[in-house]
Every structure is written in C-alpha cells, then in structure tokens.
Design a protein. Structure first.
Length: 126
C-alpha cells in the first residue's frame, strides 16, 4: 500500500529544491503530530467529516495511523505495480523501474540531520 507518495517533477525540484526540502520536513512534522496528538487529530478529522459517528471517526484515525511511518519509506513493489498499470495506457512507462524515478535524498538528509529522531525522542521523554 502506498500511503505517503509524493510526486514532483525533476525540473520543479531542480528549480526550487529548498521548497521541496521544506515540504518533506513539514510532512514528517505533520505525521508526528498526527501520531502523537490523537485527540487533536481526531478533532481535525471531525471538522472535515462532521456528522460522522464517533466510532467511524475513531476507525478512520486508527486505520490511517497504522499506515504512517515517522519517515516515509518507498515500497518498491507498490511503485512497480503503479508503473505496470501506467504501462498499459502508455508504453513509455512500461520499461521504467522504481529506482529510476525515486529521489530519496531529501528524506536521507532529514534522517541524517537527526530531526526525526529528535521529534520522537521528545515525545518519549515526556
């Protein structure tokens, strides 16, 4: 299952790599908030799904939380499945390999900076 797929063109990233870097950091920070501030996150879900019964909201939160990771991880099999599907409609996609279209350097930078570890360590020390 692909739950953290983020897509940008190479030309966009080349043109504004700092924006892409900040986006990834914001995504990781938002994931941390969602996973560590359950009640606040449920309140946000309720805002956009008003009228939904509380049990459904709880289920929605739990299902999504169970799929999130502190740092998004590429699932090469899922990406290959999407490539295979795209290849049916456009032959140019049929020969792509996941590693040819993935750029994980922003995630690697963020991990190496210690930011992710710091986020989750702070919560653990409370």
């Amino acid at each position: 299952m692909v739950t953290s797929l983020m897509v940008a063109t190479r030309s966009f990233v080349k043109r504004d790599d700092e924006l892409a870097r900040r986006f990834i950091k914001a995504y990781v920070t938002a994931t941390h908030f969602y996973l560590t501030h359950r009640n606040e996150s449920l309140g946000i879900i309720k805002k956009y799904f008003s009228g939904t019964n509380p049990q459904s909201l709880e289920s929605m939160y739990e299902v999504f939380a169970s799929q999130l990771k502190p740092l998004p991880v590429f699932n090469l099999e899922s990406i290959q499945a999407m490539i295979d599907t795209a290849g049916v409609a456009d032959q140019r996609a049929a020969n792509l390999k996941p590693k040819e279209i993935i750029d994980s350097h922003f995630l690697e930078e963020l991990q190496a900076s210690g930011y992710v570890d710091q986020l989750y360590t702070e919560k653990m020390s409370l």
